[in-house]
Design a protein around this ligand. Sequence first.
Ligand code: PMV
Length: 371
Amino acid sequence: MLFNKKFKSLYLYSMDEKKFIFKSSSPINHRATWQAPSNIALVKYWGKHGDQLPKNPSFSLTLSKCVTTTTVEFTPRLSKNSSWFSFLFKNKEQVDFHPKIEQFLDRISSYMPGIKFQHMAISSCNSFPHSSGIASSASAMAALALCLMDWEKRLNSKLSDDLFKTKASFLARLGSGSAARSIEGPFTVWGENTIFENSTDLFALPLTSKVHTVFQSFQDTILIIDRGTKKVSSSLGHQLMNGHPFAENRFIQANDNFELLSEIIISGDLDAFIEIVESEALTLHSMMMTSSPRFILMQPNTLIVINKIWDFRSATQLPLCFTLDAGANVHLLYPEAHIPTIKIFIQEELSQYCEAGQFIEDQVGQGAKKL
Ligand code: PMV
């Protein structure tokens, strides 16, 4: 059953990474289903090194309704030449996703070599509409990582809950950096920083501070401005931060904003929250616009919507603000108490700038779930 596969030698790993290596060689039959949420960064991760390690700490809000549900059926693999996995998306075979899954499984197999002896029938679906322009890589990689950890737990009943979650975040990170933040909720932090003692670049941790009540039910309505796929991938965008003329200052700013946001989440200071979150969103896009080659992911409607939000905020004094991901869509962030007024504003003034009038009403969530 051993396929003479050479696994990375242990000396290549740091002490912290070593604790994530789990060796087993007897394949088993096992089935796992996990649901993992998407997340939106409030302090952005843009620029990486090594194996998807961030150049600065990031701070994210875990979503509730935008989720990926994945089932993995593990069976013994017949031989090293037989297929390693199959993949269904919404019950249909999707070969376009194979290279990304193959690359992910290959990377993580250094930390769970036993999966090389398994065949994995992977089946996945998203709660949010496909081609809505919402990146599903964070929730997808997190859900798959959790299914793999479920398999590991079955083989190692002594695995603690804590190690289960941190290793799931560690594995998810190897698939897509921001996926590390899609395991827990309502807020997670990822990347070494001076605020949280056990912070690390290797995996994300849930925020343990007492989150102010206003943020415990915070709303995120995602305006679908552009459903198309991104013209520039985030991997290329991260790469363009190497040698970027403003990179070093950006990393300093991100650390400062991270520190400030860590306090704001406890104090509930909404004005300070808006200041940081909108500045982070526009800085992310400024980095894109000033890299070489330069690129723009916002669309004219993104800018119209941002200006409408600013006008609405000065007219009503309501604490509505926005953030952006690496794309044209706009995340509207606001307290639950203002849902009625903001809903009318979205319907009457913003939805006309959304592709096919589409938007998704989501809110802060508690993290991934085993189904
Ligand atoms: O997870 P990646 O490698 O696709 O990078 C995502 C980066 C941003 O979404 C733009 C910011 C972030 O922190 O999520």
